[in-house]
Structures are given as structure tokens and as C-alpha cells.
Ligand binder design. Structure first.
Ligand code: ADP
Length: 618
């Protein structure tokens, strides 16, 4: 028997384990099972690739507990290790990351930060010392003759290594559990339910059976389902299996609308299984709702609700990502910065968006359901991801004045009138409010199609999206509108100049300009925003969020062909001192505001002016 010293770094790491830097001690079992699973994979591979003679008919992992002796044993019949390998792999820390880990930990300690931050680094086998005060490892390498190796340590400075004559092929690791600490409420890892719970939680999809053997009673029990659906070819999985899995991870009892499988090979391997639900969860727009995907590393469960894998606007997507090359101990903090995670996220987004696009032609009904349920959330992506404007706009649809069915932008562009260069839209609170808005009049009269945008998010993204297929998006409530190309039909502004000036003076507090309109056919007046100003709806939203800004003045446009406007001009010409004129100006402004669904500053005053005026006509 030989007694050896741990390499300095290994000793430091062990110290940390003994003093338990992780609050979650359960992970030691996950680490052991993951190592065992790797060893089983390696044996199978060695047989296939190198022609190693080995029995691979019953590759498995066993967990045995002995409550009296307070031991827990994890056994695999995988590749095993030679004596040299045990010394090299277990006695030293081969991984380059560990030196970095120790450095970071020291920094964190000095800065008195939470050492949980360093959870990204694999601690693997050494994590056993969080729960054990003695660990015995017995192993024999597959394909070797003679004895195996026995390694033993209390996790302090040294370990012993010796030959073990009767070791079977594979590795057996026995933990002598620390005495149960009453205060610490340290779980008792000899409890059957505890073992079952940990395996189910972290290792359910490990591809090999994990069996619990208890001394005495008969048949071993298999603790894991082994079914990593995402790793199986789609043709081999039934819809029912997918649906069951979806229910399991989403708690949604409706079958999903669409299932997406992804597999990437090469420098960074991952598999993903995503589901698009067929209906929106009730909390889709609640900020504290659960969202994100499940993250696995090589079939080992790492975490739920990983928001780093999918952007917020696709928060309704459920599923699993299984990445091959991440550390089992990757933390949320690290996930946010991890280059590979960002790459996976980009690919998932692309795939989800392209899947929806395919649905548009392959299954218009499914697409319609999708957009009805999730369109509002997806449109947030126009704000969040400028790079994805195009694919998001391509799958979007909008209510339109062209019929009762929503339209895509591509279909709108196809229908655009000769000479029309922009995509027209109007935002508002409801379809009927938008349809009946005075802004709509000339567009309707001239037969221009206008998109009807009534979701709150529409007010915001329209400013962020400059164009679609080279066509600008243009609010018909902003800037000037000139649909008549024929100059002769237009009313000369000059005749109205005195009236316009008079109104501007009277309404100065509320409007920045009064001008003649080319967008009205039946209404007398309307209010429009300057092309660069924020809209009243947006102003209202900001105010609701507590951001009080300066009032944005709008522009009052008059319809020169309306009898009221013509009459007003005549009255003004007769005498600017007419005492009824200021009231008429106010009524005109108030009516324009009401027509677009706006709120009057002083409704009581408006009602009084109107009643007085009506009293004179009855
Ligand atoms: P990691 O698994 O992150 O590489 P560990 O400290 O857990 O780090 O293990 C170090 C190495 O020891 C593994 O990479 C593997 O080569 C070897 N090893 C650990 N457990 C086993 C096992 N059950 N069978 C064979 N080799 C093992």
C-alpha cells in the first residue's frame, strides 16, 4: 500500500468541499452518476471503435445504501481506471479551470462575496467530501488482466492506493457518510426516498438504468425513466410520448401546437426539443411568471426556467436544451455571459421563427391560432431584437381595413395601389375606434388600405421599425397627408389664412399649428401629430408608468369643404370680434379630440358650451 499526497490545488479544492461551499449538497450524487454514465459510454465506444472485448449487454449504474453502516455506494460496470489513471485523474486536478476557480474563490472571499458564484466550475468527484468523511474507490479497467485498484481517502492531505485482487470491471465508489448533523438538517443520504428524489430530479434521463439495490430484498428497482426524448429520432417517438413529456414540463393539459427538434453537431454539440403551446398561459403578460427552458448537460438535469436560452418575447416556448460541453456546475450568472449559450439562443430563435413561417403556408389554421395567442408577445421582439425585424415582421399579421381577416405585410404590399410608397397604419384602442377615426376618411375615400393596430405594444414598436421590404411604415395620424396628386382640386390655403391665424391664437395652449387638411372628407376637423412627436396614446402610457413629460402639442387640421368650417370663415370675415367665435373654436377642437377617442381636459366645460350652443338652435 502506498500513501500519496494530493497535489496542492486538489488539496485546496478538497478543503472547500469539506467546508462545503455549495449550499446544495445533493449534487454529489448527480456528479457520481454523471461520471458513471460517462464511463459506460466510454466502454461502449471502446468496444465499437477499438474492438475492445467487453460485455456490454447490461450496462448499468447501481446505488446501494446501508443505513446501519451509514454508507452509500455507487457502482458502474463501465470502462474503469488503471492505477496510473486513478493517480492522475483523482489525485490531481487535471482541469485547467480549477486554478482559475481557486483564484476566483480567493477573490470572492476577500471581497466577502457569495462563493456560490463560482458554481460554474466542475468539482466532480471531490464533491463527495461534502457529505462523506471517507471515500473508497475500487476500480478495474476494462480489457486489463489481473488485479484492480483501491483508492481511499478522508479528504485531508493524503490518500492511499493499493491493489485490489478481486475487483470487477468498472468502478465502485463507497461513501462513509458524515454523522447526521441535527442543526444542519443534513439530509440522510441513506434514505430511500431521498435517493429516489435526487435521481428523479437530476438524472432521470440518463441513458442507462440506475438501479437501487437494498441488501436483502429481491428485485432491484430502476429509478430513472431513461427516456431522453430529445435524443431520439423523431420517427421513433410517438405523438403521445411527446405530449406526455410536454405536459410534464409545462403543466399545460392541452396538446402543443408544434414540436421542434434540433440537433447540432461539431464544435459545440447540443440537442433541443421545443414546444409551441396551442394556447397562451394566463400569465403571459405578468412579469413574474415562470419562463425559460430546461437545461441539461449530457442528460443530466442542470436547471429549470433558464431564461438565457430564449428571449422574453418567445417566453411561451417550452422545452429542453441538452448541451454536451457545459460544466455540470454552470451557474445562472455564467450562463448569461456564456458564448455558447448565446449561440444556442440565436439558433433557437431562428428555428422558432422559421417554424412559424413554415406554418403559414403548410397549416394556415395553426398559424392563425399561433398569432392570435402569441402575436402580442412576439411583437415585443421588434423592440428587443432589431436584428430580427425581418423574420418577425414576416410572421406577423395585422387587422386591416381590407376585410375582416388579418393580413401579413407581404400581402399588404402586394395590394398596394399604383404609386403608393408607404405602408399605412393607424393605432388606437379598438377596431371600431380606429375605423371611425377622422384620420381614416380620405384613405377610405381614395381606397387606400390601412392597418389597424390596437395592441398597446403597437404604439411602441412602430417607431422602432423603419420599413418592410423597402416600404416605410407610416402612421396616418402623423405628419401631412396628401393623397390627391391633382393640385387643382385643392383648396387654396390663402383664403383661409386669417381664420387659421385666429384659431391658432385662441387655441395656442393646446395646438402648435392650425392648417387645412387633405385627409378629411366628412368630418370638420381632426388632430394630428407631427411626424417626429410622440403620439397621445404613447404619452398616456408613459404617464401611466409614472413618467410625466411635457405635454406634446398637436396640429389641428380643418376640412375646408365642411359647412362648419366654411361658415366659420364667413363669420370671421364678417367680424373677428364676434363673441361666439372663441367658443366655436373650442368646440371644434373638442369635437376633433372626441372623434379620435381622446380625453377632454375639461369635459364639464365642453358640455356646457355645447348645451348653450344647442339651446340657440332648438
Ligand atoms: P470530471 O468528471 O468533471 O472530469 P471528476 O473529478 O468527477 O471530474 O473525475 C475526474 C476523472 O476521473 C473523470 O474525467 C474520469 O476520467 C475519471 N472518473 C471519475 N469517475 C469515474 C468512473 N466512475 N469510471 C471511470 N472513470 C472515472
Amino acid at each position: 500500500m502506498e500513501t500519496l499526497e494530493f497535489q496542492a490545488e486538489a488539496r485546496q479544492l478538497l478543503q472547500l468541499m469539506v467546508h462545503s461551499i455549495y449550499s446544495n449538497k445533493d449534487i454529489f450524487l448527480r456528479e457520481l452518476i454523471s461520471n458513471a454514465s460517462d464511463a459506460l459510454d466510454k466502454l461502449r465506444l471502446a468496444k465499437l471503435q477499438d474492438g475492445l472485448e467487453a460485455d456490454t449487454s447490461d450496462l448499468h449504474i447501481e446505488i446501494e445504501t446501508d443505513a446501519e453502516a451509514r454508507t452509500l455506494t455507487v457502482r458502474d460496470n463501465g470502462i474503469g481506471m488503471t492505477r496510473d489513471e486513478v493517480v492522475a485523474l483523482i489525485g490531481t486536478i487535471a482541469k485547467s479551470g480549477t486554478a482559475e476557480l481557486l483564484g476566483k474563490l480567493k477573490e470572492a472571499k476577500e471581497a466577502k462575496e457569495n462563493p456560490e458564484l463560482i458554481g460554474q466550475f466542475g468539482v466532480g468527484f471531490y464533491s463527495t467530501f461534502m457529505v462523506a468523511d471517507k471515500v473508497i474507490l475500487v476500480t478495474r479497467k476494462a480489457g486489463t488482466e489481473g488485479h484492480g485498484t483501491r483508492w481511499e481517502s478522508a479528504g485531508e492531505g493524503t490518500y492511499t492506493i493499493d491493489d485490489e485482487p478481486d475487483a470487477p470491471v468498472g468502478t465502485t465508489i463507497t461513501l462513509h457518510l458524515r454523522p447526521k448533523d441535527e442543526d444542519d438538517a443534513l439530509y440522510d443520504y441513506v434514505d430511500e426516498w431521498k435517493i429516489k428524489e435526487i435521481v428523479k430530479r437530476y438524472s432521470d434521463f440518463i441513458a442507462f438504468p440506475i438501479r437501487r439495490v437494498s441488501s436483502g430484498d429481491g428485485e432491484p428497482e430502476v429509478l430513472n425513466s431513461q427516456k431522453a426524448l430529445w435524443a431520439r429520432p423523431r420517427s421513433e417517438v410517438t405523438d403521445e410520448e411527446y405530449h406526455q413529456f410536454y405536459r410534464h414540463i409545462s403543466h399545460d393539459w392541452t396538446d402543443p401546437l408544434e414540436i421542434i427538434n434540433m440537433k447540432a453537431e461539431g464544435t459545440f454539440e447540443y440537442e433541443a426539443l421545443l414546444f409551441i403551446p396551442s394556447r397562451a398561459p394566463h400569465d403571459l403578460f405578468q412579469r413574474d411568471a415562470r419562463r425559460g427552458l430546461q437545461l441539461y448537460v449530457k442528460r443530466v438535469f442542470i436547471m429549470d426556467d433558464s431564461k438565457e436560452l430564449i428571449p422574453d418575447y418567445l417566453r411561451f416556448v417550452k422545452g429542453v436544451v441538452d448541451a454536451a460541453d457545459l460544466s455540470l456546475n454552470i451557474s445562472r450568472e455564467i450562463l448569461q455571459q456564456d458564448r455558447h449559450i448565446q449561440m444556442i439562443r440565436r439558433r433557437l430563435v431562428k428555428k422558432v421563427l422559421s417554424t412559424i413561417k413554415d406554418l403559414m403556408s403548410s397549416s394556415p389554421e395553426k398559424y392563425a391560432t399561433f398569432w392570435r395567442e402569441f402575436g402580442r408577445a412576439v411583437k415585443e421582439g421588434l423592440l428587443a431584437e432589431p436584428d430580427n425585424h425581418k423574420p418577425i415582421l414576416e410572421i406577423a399579421s395585422f387587422a386591416t381595413t381590407h376585410g375582416s381577416e388579418p393580413t401579413t405585410l407581404a400581402a399588404y404590399v402586394e395590394r398596394m395601389k399604383e404609386g403608393q410608397e408607404e405602408i399605412y397604419f393607424l393605432t388606437g384602442e379598438s377596431r371600431s375606434q380606429v375605423e371611425n377615426s377622422p384620420h381614416m376618411e380620405a384613405f377610405q375615400a381614395e381606397g387606400y388600405e390601412v392597418l389597424i393596430l390596437t395592441d398597446p405594444v403597437d404604439e411602441i414598436w412602430v417607431d422602432a421599425v423603419p420599413e418592410f421590404e423597402g416600404k416605410k411604415l407610416r402612421s396616418i395620424a402623423r405628419g401631412t397627408v396628401d393623397l390627391k396628386k391633382d393640385e387643382e382640386e385643392k383648396e387654396p390655403e390663402g383664403d383661409f389664412a386669417p381664420l387659421l391665424g385666429f384659431l391658432k391664437e385662441k387655441l395656442d395652449e393646446r395646438v402648435k399649428e392650425v392648417r387645412l387638411s387633405h385627409r378629411l372628407t366628412t368630418s370638420a376637423a381632426c388632430l394630428v401629430s407631427d411626424a417626429d412627436d410622440i403620439t397621445p396614446a404613447l404619452e398616456k402610457m408613459y404617464r401611466a408608468m409614472g413618467q410625466e413629460g411635457p405635454r406634446v402639442k398637436r396640429i389641428l387640421e380643418l376640412n375646408p369643404n365642411h359647412p362648419l368650417v366654411a361658415g366659420l370663415r364667413a363669420a370671421h370675415e364678417r367680424g373677428a370680434e364676434d363673441p361666439a367665435l372663441p367658443d366655436t373654436a373650442e368646440l371644434l377642437y373638442g369635437t376633433a379630440l372626441l372623434a379620435e377617442g381622446g380625453d377632454l381636459d375639461d369635459p364639464a366645460r365642453f358640455a356646457k358650451l355645447l348645451a348653450d350652443r344647442l339651446a340657440r338652435t332648438v
